[in-house]
Design a protein around this ligand. Structure first.
Ligand SMILES: [Zn+2]
Length: 242
């Protein structure tokens, strides 16, 4: 719950834009190096589920095509430190390669992110997303799996009998692998590749979230919320809805 809002581009940022644009112009001729346009904060603030999803898809397109928005990552300052305005919430794996604000090219304060290994639903991840919807009025939740996911690999090993994670040896590691096991089991055995299991896990967790508790299902029924599942392809940077 980063204390930040989405209004950076509207206040006190003009000087930064001009200075960076000048630097960009200076670098533009260096060996044909493409310098991304400096637009300050993207400041996306869509209020509908479809608008939020479109903003994420477009942001990911900018990211993976090298046209990301150049941003000022210095401290946000007192004015913006007491509020946030996320337009979407992401449930992502804890994997160090998965950075939602980066891969969706979204300004700090505009994207609420919960991270747990295996991007699975537990009290912590569900409660975080319920907070985003109920308190922050986020219209979109995306469950985001990723290629080469270690949690899914571990769940596959559990299912195949190659591994187990008893708490006396592994602490709570088993508790983050266990929720992924049903997703692996949902894939027919002949098709149980890592990529298929990663897709299945994103779908299974998104479905589990959509029917869980008193907050999210009514919001979905009213049209105020949409929950989608997706996979981030680390090598290409592409996020694919699944
Ligand atoms: Zn992972």
């Amino acid at each position: 719950m980063a204390p930040s809002d989405g209004t950076l581009s509207r206040r006190g940022f003009i000087g930064g834009v001009g200075a960076a644009a000048a630097v960009g112009a200076g670098l533009g001729g260096l060996g044909g190096l493409a310098v991304p346009a400096y637009a300050g904060a993207a400041n996306e603030e869509p209020s509908t589920p479809d608008g939020a999803l479109a903003a994420l898809i477009e942001g990911n397109r900018r990211y993976r095509t090298g046209r990301w928005t150049r941003r000022d990552y210095s401290p946000v300052g007192e004015e913006r430190a007491s509020k946030q305005a996320p337009f979407a919430a992401i449930l992502a794996c804890a994997d160090s390669r998965v950075s939602p604000p980066l891969i969706f090219d979204v300004e700090r304060g505009n994207l609420f992110a919960a991270h747990v290994a295996g991007n699975s639903i537990d009290d912590g991840s569900a409660g975080s997303l319920e907070y985003a919807v109920a308190v922050l009025s986020v219209p979109l939740v995306m469950v985001l799996g990723h290629t080469d996911c270690g949690a899914v690999k571990s769940a596959m090993d559990v299912v195949s009998g190659k591994a187990s994670f008893p708490s006396e040896t592994f602490g709570s590691i088993g508790a983050v692998v266990d929720p992924v096991v049903p997703a692996v089991q949902s894939v027919p055995e002949p098709e149980r590749s890592l990529d298929h299991c990663i897709v299945a896990n994103a779908r299974v967790q998104a479905h589990a979230l959509s029917i869980r508790g008193p907050v999210l299902p009514p919001a979905i029924r009213s049209g105020a919320l949409r929950i989608v599942s997706a996979v981030y392809q680390i090598a290409s940077g592409r996020v694919v809805l699944v």
